[in-house]
Design a protein around this ligand. Structure first.
Ligand SMILES: Nc1ncnc2c1ncn2[C@@H]1O[C@H](COP(=O)(O)OP(=O)(O)OP(=O)(O)O)[C@@H](O)[C@H]1O
Length: 581
């Protein structure tokens, strides 16, 4: 299908009106100052300026991604302006999935509730055709070229037929020919009625735009109008030299005033005049940070996808990502098998034999099982969020809620952990490294280990939400693991620890798992009544560590899991608030 066919029903005619925009970043530094401009419906507009001038900040503020610190942004148009497309610099799609699959998941998340799977697939096919990506539909996103990946990110946003579309440096890093091709796509979109605003460092991009907005180094408006008039205003033959020109002037900070004077003398170039095409006082002006959700084809506000369906779609997508990433899956399932093999090599059978027990070995077996459950849970969660922060950020703007997002992670990873924990206990029991417990006690051991893994998974998600990338997350691993080894009571029994260590041990989920396993495995009875002279003194050292009913340990471990999940949610909310300030 051609671009014209599918863009025809788009919400045409959305104007963007910024009035006196200011933006500050952390520390109160002002990075945008008093920007007023209007982007007319169906225009293609480029924002340029030196690196650090505030192009991205302006784009994000216009798009409603950031709330302005001063001034206002409003959208106005002949059709409902509910859907705003925003393509950040980072990719906003998962690399593991084939292009059509990732778009299908995006469509199920973003199209109004009630949109069926077949309809979503139809829309995906249309958008792929529009962006000339149909032949790449089955290729994993990670194997697409840079230009194709950029178009793929645009495709995600086009699914909802946005009336206004913001793109942060869409041509950066692209081969010039591919950049031209991309600009052509955007030009076609604008010609079909979608308002398009982009940031760029490429002068060739500017020449294909209707208007250009030039920012000074200090984030003020040096110029806004047609590229031809820009050349005239700056006295240049090519806008390639505009940054030099901005700095050359004896008073570089005076450009906004010079432009104001120029505009006053020639008001025909009306892009900067908020009143020229802006919303009338009685018009349907709308604050973009107050997005009412996707709109249907008739311009009415459509219902957003509910939490339950978000959870289903996100869980299905997570499962597909795990299943398609064979190496990751092999590591996830293979590393527990390796650990199991090491346990089998390390521990001789029969340590729990009541006639001839080896009490110190039983401590080690129980501790390392507990630590295994903790370690697998932690590592499963640690890379889950930090590796997809740009995707999450964009999907949050599209209405994805954090609770379904987090629970969808748990829904896919916890069953894998359940499998791994079962294998760990089952094989060790089969190889006589655990006491011959009955079915009920085996279930209790399993419940303890699984709850411990769940708490560690939630801790991993929390750390993943708090760091910025995979490298930082990996660096956190020793920090998280060391205390869970030292303060658990296996290296040194809790009653023998210094007061600070004893207090700290309460905060170690692994301690509760270790003691819960010990209770169910009957170590107290084994050490007291078994045939080893080492048992009674060891029992004395451990005091009542293993006396608690196991359900107390379950409650604590479950509490840890919920606490860490809640903290993950809070960290993500705080991150968003900070990013938006
Ligand atoms: N969240 C933030 N916290 C602190 N400083 C920020 C934040 N976002 C932007 N800045 C600062 O604001 C200024 C403008 O940044 P912005 O990314 O908008 O510039 P830009 O013109 O898009 O730069 P580039 O062309 O290099 O992408 C920079 O000095 C940047 O360091």
């Amino acid at each position: 299908m051609t671009t014209e066919q599918t863009t025809a029903p788009s919400r045409t005619g959305v104007a963007v009106v910024a009035d006196g925009l200011g933006q500050t970043v952390r520390g109160g530094r002002r990075v945008l100052d008093d920007i007023s401009l209007t982007v007319a419906p169906g225009e293609l507009v480029a924002i340029i300026g030196v690196s650090g001038a505030g192009k991205t900040t302006l784009l994000e503020t216009l798009a409603g991604v950031r709330r302005p610190a001063a001034g206002t942004v409003a959208y106005d148009g002949s059709a409902a302006p509910g859907a705003v497309g925003f393509v950040p610099q980072d990719d906003i799609i998962h690399r593991e999935l084939p292009l059509a699959r990732t778009l299908h998941h995006a469509a199920r998340l973003r199209l109004p509730s009630g949109t069926g799977s077949a309809e979503a697939s139809r829309r995906v096919a249309e958008v792929l055709a529009d962006l000339r990506l149909s032949e790449r539909a089955d290729v994993p996103v990670g194997r697409l070229s840079g230009g194709e990946r950029k178009r793929a990110s645009i495709a995600v946003e086009l699914l909802t037929r946005p009336g206004v579309f913001f793109l942060d440096e869409p041509t950066s890093g692209l081969d010039p020919a591919i950049a031209v091709e991309l600009l052509r796509v955007l030009r076609t979109l604008a010609d079909a009625g979608t308002t398009v605003v982009l940031t760029t460092h490429q002068v060739t991009d500017v020449d294909r735009c209707d208007r250009v907005v030039v920012l000074t180094r200090e984030g003020r408006l040096a110029y806004a109008g047609t590229p031809a008039t820009a050349r005239e205003f700056f006295g240049l033959r090519s806008l390639a030299e505009v940054h030099l020109r901005l700095d050359e002037e004896s008073d570089p900070a005076g450009w906004p005033e010079r432009f104001a004077a120029y505009r006053a003398a020639d008001p025909a170039d009306a892009t900067v005049d908020p009143d020229a095409t802006g919303p009338s006082p009685a018009g349907n002006a709308q604050d973009p940070t107050d997005d009412p959700g996707p709109t249907d084809d008739l311009g009415g506000t459509a219902r957003r996808v509910g939490r339950w369906r978000q959870w289903l779609v996100l869980a299905a997508r997570n499962a597909e990502i795990v299943a398609r990433n064979r190496l990751t899956l092999a590591i996830l399932l293979g590393s527990p098998l390796m650990v199991l093999g090491m346990f089998a090599l390390l521990f001789r059978p029969g340590a729990f034999d009541p006639a001839d027990p080896r009490p110190t070995v039983t401590v080690m077996i129980l501790f390392w099982i507990a630590f295994g459950g903790f370690f697998f849970g932690l590592t499963y969660g640690l890379l889950q969020i930090c590796t997809e922060l740009p995707i999450l950020r964009r999907e949050r703007l599209a209405g994805v809620r954090l609770l379904p997002y987090l629970l969808a992670k748990v829904a896919v990873l916890l069953p894998l952990l359940a499998l791994v924990d079962l294998a760990l206990l089952g094989v060790l029991r089969g190889m006589d490294r655990l006491p011959p417990v009955d079915g009920g006690d085996f279930a209790a051991l399993y419940a303890t280990l699984l709850l411990s893994s769940a708490a560690a998974l939630a801790l991993g998600l929390l750390c993943s939400a708090a760091v910025s990338d995979a490298a930082q997350a990996t660096l956190m691993l020793p920090m998280l693991c060391f205390p869970q080894v030292l303060f658990v009571g296996a290296i040194l029994p809790v009653p023998a620890m210094a007061a600070g260590g004893r207090w700290l041990s309460y905060a170690m989920s692994n301690r509760w798992a270790f003691e819960g396993l010990g209770h169910t495995a009957g170590v107290e009875r084994l050490w007291r009544d078994g045939g080893s002279p080492l048992g009674p003194p060891l029992l004395q050292t451990y005091g009542d560590s293993f006396s608690r009913p196991v359900w107390v340990d379950w409650l604590v471990l479950g509490g840890f899991a919920l606490l860490f999940l809640a903290a993950t949610w809070a960290v993500l909310v705080r991150r968003e608030a900070r990013g938006a300030s």
